[in-house]
Write a protein that binds this ligand. Structure first.
Ligand SMILES: [Zn+2]
Length: 418
């Protein structure tokens, strides 16, 4: 979540969608654009059927034939899959669809199909319920798992579709780095976002060790009615953005006209959160995680570092590594983001993006933040905190003098300068 100064904004509610751990081997696939018009899905049948039938034959002598496969977006209430398939051995008994919004992750959902008694087709209807809503324009990469009455099982090759909103005028811009959807916003938002993401590409790669396994989406609304519509049961009007690794997307409602902040600030920040979710483990709602996302912004609303340097010279820096550090909610939220930003800035200035990568890899193994920091820097916690403060221009000593070399034991202290 990106914070706007000086307003305090509510924390993004990250929807914890159920993560099914079983892998179904969604291999890297060709993004095959597919409309929701059932007629248009009829033509790829031949290419879909051939490799699948060959595989099935090799395994069990049962030949499966895909006659028709469709995806239909019923935005905002859900989407529906249909499959017309036959087995050479026996009538089809049951099927289900498994899909992901972010390929290359373990994030999956599924819907059991019903067999239409008239057409013999399998129909899987996913209907939004409660807090389950997903925004328009997420990708849907799906496979069918089907079983016939003899118990023969078959899985289709992955297909790709999008949860289209055809009720509004959306602009779609896609590049190597991002897919941007805008509605009710100036035309240049898409291209500027593409430019910003291209500019940050190698920084992301170096900092995280690789790019995201999927192409992130920025779904940007300019119209509040449209924004509230997709959220259905989640209509807290104070929420102005959500970034969700299961969707592989950030979704934002934009009031006001700072296009540069949106495209070069908010989106790279939120994509930073997608990298965090993909590559490491960090405590949500902490200066550490928000400072890290802020590090990836290419546009700042003001000079974050300068504002914290002023605090430092005034002797007002709070303790950082001892305890929870500055908060990132409430009236002083922005300050917590900025302090966190300076810490990551200091770290990368001294240890490079390699240092960033080593740190997040240690965190990903479950190593604590402070232990990982000591490993990467080769310094004690006190030295780390002291050097960061001196780098910011503080002339005082760190607020906490760790009394013994014992790690993980910190006396209760009064934070300095509060
Ligand atoms: Zn954030």
């Amino acid at each position: 979540m990106k914070r706007t100064f000086p307003f305090s904004r509510i924390l993004t509610v990250l929807l914890a969608m159920a993560v099914v751990t079983s892998l179904i081997g969604l291999a890297a696939m060709q993004a095959l654009a597919q409309s929701d018009d059932p007629a248009s899905t009829a033509e790829p049948d031949a290419t879909m059927e051939a490799p699948a039938a060959a595989d099935a034959t090799a395994a069990s002598d049962v030949e499966w034939t895909v006659n028709d496969m469709t995806f239909q977006s019923n935005y905002p209430s859900g989407f529906e899959f249909t499959l017309d398939i036959t087995s050479s051995a026996a009538p089809v008994a049951r099927g289900r669809v498994v899909w992901t919004h972010a390929t290359g992750t373990n994030s999956q959902r599924s819907q059991t199909a019903e067999l239409d008694p008239e057409t013999g087709e399998l129909v899987a209807d996913w209907v939004v319920q409660g807090g389950d809503a997903v925004p328009p324009w997420v990708g849907v990469t799906y496979t069918w798992q089907v079983t016939d009455e003899d118990g023969n099982a078959f899985e289709t090759e992955p297909e790709y579709a999008e949860y289209e909103d055809t009720t509004r005028e959306w602009l779609r811009v896609e590049s190597e780095d991002v897919i941007v959807f805008t509605e009710g916003l100036p035309e240049e938002v898409g291209p500027l976002t593409v430019d910003a993401m291209a500019e940050q590409r190698e920084t992301y790669r170096a900092a995280w060790g690789d790019l995201l396994p999927y192409k992130p989406r920025a779904i940007l609304f300019g119209d509040q009615d449209a924004w509230l519509e997709w959220r259905l049961g989640l209509q807290n009007p104070r929420v102005i953005g959500t970034t969700n690794e299961h969707w592989g997307a950030t979704v934002q409602i934009v009031y006001g006209g700072d296009i540069e902040d949106l495209t070069y600030g908010t989106v790279p920040h939120e994509v930073g959160h997608l990298y965090q979710g993909q590559f490491t483990i960090m405590t949500p709602g902490s200066w550490f995680i928000e400072g890290n996302a802020t590090f990836f912004e290419l546009h700042q609303q003001y000079d974050y570092e300068a504002s914290i340097r002023e605090m430092a010279t005034a002797g007002q820096l709070p303790a950082l590594l001892d305890g929870t550090g500055p908060g990132v909610s409430g009236n002083n939220a922005r300050r917590g983001y900025d302090i966190g930003y300076t810490f990551w800035r200091w770290l990368v200035d001294n240890y490079g993006l390699d240092g960033h990568r080593e740190l997040i890899q240690l965190l990903d193994k479950g190593i604590s933040r402070n232990e990982a920091l000591q490993t990467v820097t080769g310094l004690s916690l006190q030295e780390i905190e002291s050097r960061w403060r001196v780098w910011l221009g503080a002339s005082d000593t760190p607020p906490t003098l760790f009394p013994t070399p014992t790690m993980f034991f910190f006396p209760t202290v009064t934070p300095y300068g509060q």
